[in-house]
Design a protein around this ligand. Structure first.
Ligand SMILES: Cc1cc2nc3c(=O)[nH]c(=O)nc-3n(C[C@H](O)[C@H](O)[C@H](O)COP(=O)(O)OP(=O)(O)OC[C@H]3O[C@@H](n4cnc5c(N)ncnc54)[C@H](O)[C@@H]3O)c2cc1C
Length: 417
């Protein structure tokens, strides 16, 4: 295996989702065209998935392809970059297996089966995080996601019980969507379908679901969930979940009857078990010394540099420790990250600090913010510390789970200055 070097300086971006695609467009539109001296640069985006996904839509999209136009839900990444001049951008479909930050080389297992190593002048880590359920994001590529959806869809017509582990937004949204789909929409005068066609339970280790939001909002969420046949078991953790088909192949176990044991001794037999208990950062290809204790890349929260990895290495998105894992944090951070990359590229070309100016600084917005649809017409949430009515949650997110925002995002139009 040879290391691919070229006269061009490579700006390598790992991960083809909100963080990686946004950074690539921003650099190609707003940074590289303005750097007349240094370079030439090539932006190379490496992604385990050839398509970008509106990840927020997964809780509804997993139920049926009829709920979203599929050509908007999944978008081919390469085709979003054809507008840039030849030689400026390349997309590689493959999985990063190692980063040697001393030699500044990334190893990639391409989807074709070939191994490739590429050196970098600058590196941006944006490989996100995986969910315990393969149905809630691109842990791998689109075919694996679709096969997990197919397995779930197959059991829905006959399921009598569902357990969702995790009372965060992913768990609540998934339970709410399944509740409305299987038990019917909420009725005005009824607090809960009696009896619900399918018994759906959320198991949460916290006192309230949606712990990022104030308890009053969480209680409203529980009321809406009850209307679609979802109950909440609180202050208890899932100790183990044993699928009726044992073995190593997790794909066979996605939608099979499962025995769920809680840490208070209670045992739940369920036809479908969906774990939504947080995420695991996709950072296994990095040396441990670059990681924070929670597995995310240890990132300077102001400048987005990964200082322990050497010059011109950055991290953004769910793989990074820069902020809470949200799309709006990424949007806030992209211009700052790219301004600091620009500054560092100029410095490496001999510019002085006086010429480049100071670092741009990211400051996380820590105000209460989360929008949680519960089925197609209800929802709870807050933005910038203000509680929003159910109607606004529907308008902003619940009607199509932000699919209205992704056309501009994936095409890069969002970053046109
Ligand atoms: C069900 C659900 C609902 C959500 N809803 C919201 C919401 O409403 N609002 C909000 O703000 N946030 C929401 N989030 C969080 C949001 O989805 C994440 O913050 C966002 O997806 C992070 O984007 P990212 O670019 O960091 O990485 P990800 O979206 O996780 O994508 C990572 C990309 O990197 C690729 N990759 C991974 N490993 C490798 C590797 N080794 N080599 C190459 N490529 C690799 C993957 O294929 C993927 O394309 C939700 C999350 C989930 C799970």
């Amino acid at each position: 295996m040879s290391i691919q070097t070229s006269p061009k300086k490579n700006i390598l971006i790992l991960g083809g989702s909100y963080g990686g695609i946004s950074t690539a467009h921003y650099l190609l539109k707003n940074v590289l065209p303005k750097l007349s001296g240094p370079g030439p640069y090539e932006v190379i985006l490496v992604s385990a998935s050839s398509q970008a996904l509106c990840r927020q839509a997964c809780p509804r999209a997993l139920i049926s392809d009829d709920f979203f136009p599929q050509e908007k839900l999944f978008v081919d990444i390469s085709s979003m970059f054809t507008k840039y001049p030849d030689g400026r951008f390349r997309c590689l479909h493959g999985r990063v297996t190692a980063v040697n930050h001393t030699k500044r080389v990334v190893s990639i297992n391409l989807s074709s089966g070939q191994e490739e190593s590429i050196d970098y002048h600058a590196l941006i880590i944006a490989t996100g995080a995986s969910t315990p359920s393969p149905a809630l994001g691109l842990n791998n590529d689109v075919p694996q996601l679709r096969s997990s959806w197919a397995a779930i869809r197959k059991v829905l017509p006959t399921a009598k019980s569902i357990v969702v582990a995790g009372g965060g937004p992913a768990g609540v949204e998934t339970a709410g969507e399944l509740g409305e789909y299987l038990n019917g929409p909420p009725r005005w005068l009824s607090s809960r379908p009696n009896p619900p066609k399918v018994d759906i339970k959320i198991v949460t280790s916290t006192t309230n679901i949606l712990p990022v939001l104030r308890s009053e909002i969480a209680q409203t969420a529980e009321k809406y969930l009850a209307k679609v046949g979802v109950t909440v078991i609180r202050n208890v953790r899932v100790k183990k979940a044993e699928p009726s088909i044992p073995g190593e192949d997790k794909n066979d176990q996605i939608a099979v009857p499962t025995t769920v044991t809680l840490d208070n001794g209670q045992v739940l037999e369920t036809d479908l078990y969906i774990p939504a208990t947080g995420t695991t950062p996709n950072t296994g290809f990095l040396e441990e010394m670059l990681l924070a204790p929670d597995g995310r890349v240890e990132t300077n929260r102001s400048t987005l540099r990964v200082e322990k990895a050497g010059m011109r290495v950055y991290a953004i998105g769910d793989a990074s420790s820069f902020s809470r894992p949200t799309v709006h944090s990424i949007f806030q951070a992209v211009p700052i990250l790219c301004a600091n990359i620009k500054r560092d590229l100029l410095l490496s070309h001999g510019a002085t600090e006086a010429e480049t100016g100071e670092d741009s600084i990211f400051k996380e917005d820590t105000r209460e913010a989360q929008l949680v649809p519960i089925g197609k017409c209800k929802g709870v949430g807050a933005v910038m510390g203000y509680k929003l009515p159910s109607f606004l949650i529907w308008l902003i997110k619940g009607r199509d789970y932000f699919l209205w925002t992704t056309v501009k995002l994936w095409s890069g139009e969002q970053w046109t200055k």
